[in-house]
Design a protein around this ligand. Structure first.
Ligand SMILES: [Zn+2]
Ligand SMILES: [Zn+2]
Length: 325
C-alpha cells in the first residue's frame, strides 16, 4: 500500500497559523461550568493590586488618568464590544473597527470576538438554563464574576461570530488580547516616571500610575458585570420579554446607557438603548457625535412604533438569535 507522507507545512504557513487561531470547541459537561481557580489568580491579583494605593498614594495626574481610562474603556465596551461587535447596530470602517477593538482589549475583558460571541449566546438564551450568566439560574456571584472563569467560557466560539471572525486582524487580537493592556501599562509606568522626574512637586510616580490604572480597571469590571446581574434583577420592566431584563437609571449612568436593559432585550437591533429622551444614553450620544465626523454611520434610532409599547406584541419584536452553524 502506498501511503504518501503528510505534506510539510511551510514555515510561513506555520507562523500564520500561530498568529491567527482557528476555531476551538468549548468543553462540555458539569465540570466545565465550575470556576477554574487557577484562572482566577491573575484576576484576583488585579483586584488586590488596588490595595497598593495604601503605599503609592494619589496625585491629580493619576486620578485624572484613571477617570479618563474608565470613560474611554466603558465607551469602547458599550459602544463597540456590545452595540457594534455583538449586535451590528451601526456601521464602521475597518481601521476604526480595529482601533476600537484594541482599546476594548485594554479593559482586560478579553477580545471583541470572545466578548461578542458570548453576548450573542446570552441573547439567544437569556435567563434560560443555558444562559452562562443568569442570576436567576446560577445566583448573583456566579453570574457576576464566576462564569467567565470556567473552562466552558475559555475559548471563543467563532461559529457565533463568523461575520467578524473573517477579519484576520480581529483573530490576531483574539489570540494576543493581552498585548494592548500590557503595552498601555508600560506606557503609563513610563509617563509616571517622566512626571516624577520633571515635576516632582506633583507627587506622581510610575508605580502610582499603574495602581490607579488597576483601580480604573476594577471599576470598569464591576459596572460591566452589573449589566449581567443587577439589570436582570432590579429595576422596571417596560416591555414583556422572555427574560427578567430590567431598566435601571443608576446602571445606565454608570455604564453610559447599558442600564436600559429591558429596552435592549426587547429590541437589540437599535443602537440607542435609552428609548426616550429622559433615558440618558451617553454611548449613543457619543456615537451620534462620531457619525457627524463620518467615523461611524447608519447609527440606528429606536423605531417609532416601539415608543408606544403594546406588551402583547413583544414577542413579535424579538430578533432571531444568531444561528449556530
Ligand atoms: Zn441581558
Ligand atoms: Zn446585547
Amino acid at each position: 500500500m502506498n501511503i504518501s507522507p503528510p505534506a510539510k507545512k511551510s514555515f510561513v504557513a506555520r507562523v500564520w497559523e500561530w498568529l491567527l487561531p482557528t476555531p476551538q470547541e468549548a468543553p462540555t459537561g458539569a465540570e466545565a461550568m465550575s470556576v477554574d481557580w487557577l484562572k482566577a489568580i491573575p484576576y484576583a491579583g488585579i483586584h488586590l493590586a488596588c490595595l497598593g494605593v495604601i503605599w503609592v498614594g494619589w496625585s491629580w495626574p493619576a486620578v485624572i488618568m484613571a477617570v479618563f481610562f474608565y470613560a474611554l474603556r466603558v465607551f469602547a465596551l458599550t459602544g463597540f464590544y456590545h452595540r457594534y461587535f455583538s449586535h451590528r447596530s451601526f456601521k464602521v470602517g475597518r481601521i476604526t473597527q480595529f482601533v476600537m477593538g484594541w482599546i476594548g482589549c485594554t479593559a482586560i475583558q478579553k477580545s471583541p470576538l470572545w466578548w461578542a460571541a458570548h453576548h450573542r449566546h446570552h441573547h439567544a438564551h437569556s435567563d434560560d438554563e443555558h444562559d452562562l450568566h443568569s442570576p436567576k439560574q446560577s445566583g448573583f456571584w456566579y453570574a457576576h464574576m464566576g462564569w467567565f472563569l470556567t473552562p466552558k467560557c475559555g475559548p471563543t466560539n467563532y461559529r457565533l461570530i463568523p461575520d467578524f471572525a473573517k477579519f484576520p486582524e480581529l483573530r490576531w487580537l483574539d489570540r494576543f488580547e493581552l498585548v494592548p493592556p500590557v503595552l498601555l501599562i508600560g506606557l503609563l509606568y513610563l509617563t509616571g516616571f517622566v512626571f516624577d522626574y520633571q515635576w516632582p512637586q506633583l507627587a506622581c510616580t510610575g508605580g502610582q500610575m499603574v495602581i490607579w490604572f488597576f483601580i480604573s480597571t476594577v471599576f470598569t469590571y464591576q459596572v460591566t458585570y452589573l449589566v449581567n446581574t443587577a439589570t436582570h434583577m432590579y429595576g422596571t420592566r417596560r416591555y414583556v420579554t422572555k427574560d427578567d431584563s430590567r431598566n435601571s437609571l443608576i446602571i445606565a449612568l454608570l455604564t453610559f446607557g447599558e442600564g436600559w436593559h429591558n429596552n435592549h432585550h426587547y429590541y437589540p437591533n437599535s443602537t440607542r438603548q435609552g428609548f426616550f429622551w429622559w433615558e440618558i444614553d451617553i454611548s449613543y450620544y457619543v456615537l451620534c457625535f462620531m457619525q457627524m465626523f463620518g467615523l461611524v454611520w447608519e447609527v440606528r434610532p429606536v423605531p417609532k412604533r416601539l415608543l408606544h409599547p403594546k406588551p402583547k406584541a413583544a414577542a413579535a419584536e424579538m430578533l432571531p438569535a444568531p444561528a449556530a452553524q
